[in-house]
Ligand binder design. Sequence first.
Ligand code: SF4
Ligand code: SF4
Ligand code: FES
Length: 251
Amino acid sequence: MPEREIDLKIRRFDPEKDESPSMQEYKVPYVEGMMVLDAVRYVQERIDPTLSIRWNCKAAKCGSCSAEINGQPKLMCKTRVDSIGDRISVSPMAAYPLIKDLVTDVSKNWEITRKIPMFKPRENMEVPWRTNAKDVERSKEFKKCIECGLCMDVCHVVREHYTPYFGPMHIVKAASWDMHPLDSLDRSKFLNKEGGLGYCNITKCCTDVCPEHIHITDNAIIQEKERAIDRQYDPIAMLIKGIRKKEKVVN
Ligand code: SF4
Ligand code: SF4
Ligand code: FES
């Protein structure tokens, strides 16, 4: 018997069986430096090969091993067993429809991504494009997003309500383009009108779980909300916009 064992509970669900999801318990031998993903893979490789999981990089960069670990949205490959103790439960992200075991259907993300207008460079810019390194800083933070969906999973609006809200991950993507100094669009009005940004009540739960430490609420969501309000109600801003016609607003 190994010196130390982990009590690992994994939420199992097989769509081909007429059963509700249920927690199954496994004993996993502890290995120094072990991550939760290692423990889950031990179950898949040594105990039950029918266990379905999604992972790729094992380096916290591909964003595919997201799960709820002891009830908290986390990356399995970035969560040390030592940081949470020997009794561990792993469940799939509840914000997305369940496919099997720990695998969820995240295809809605692609639908939303396709709706948001992409980066559109300003017209008649000299080639090669030049920009000040300082101006790029603002949008650079958002480029760190690994699209893990943990912020979507913790968001009570995305998770519990049938609202049109795109969700924090998509606001980060839109902000990465909106705050790029060479982009010509303004997506804030679109995000409010089509993307339900008004449903976000800036509780910051999304920021708390982001493995890339992106300031989702302060730097993306609040900025987009403020932009949209400025566009809608600020007569001076509207006048200036009308005169300069520099930016094209996406409705
Ligand atoms: S701040 Fe907004 S997007 Fe983030 S978790 Fe709260 S409601 Fe959701
Ligand atoms: S913003 Fe952070 S939590 Fe949300 S998908 Fe990107 S990396 Fe994950
Ligand atoms: S396996 Fe790639 S982020 Fe965890």
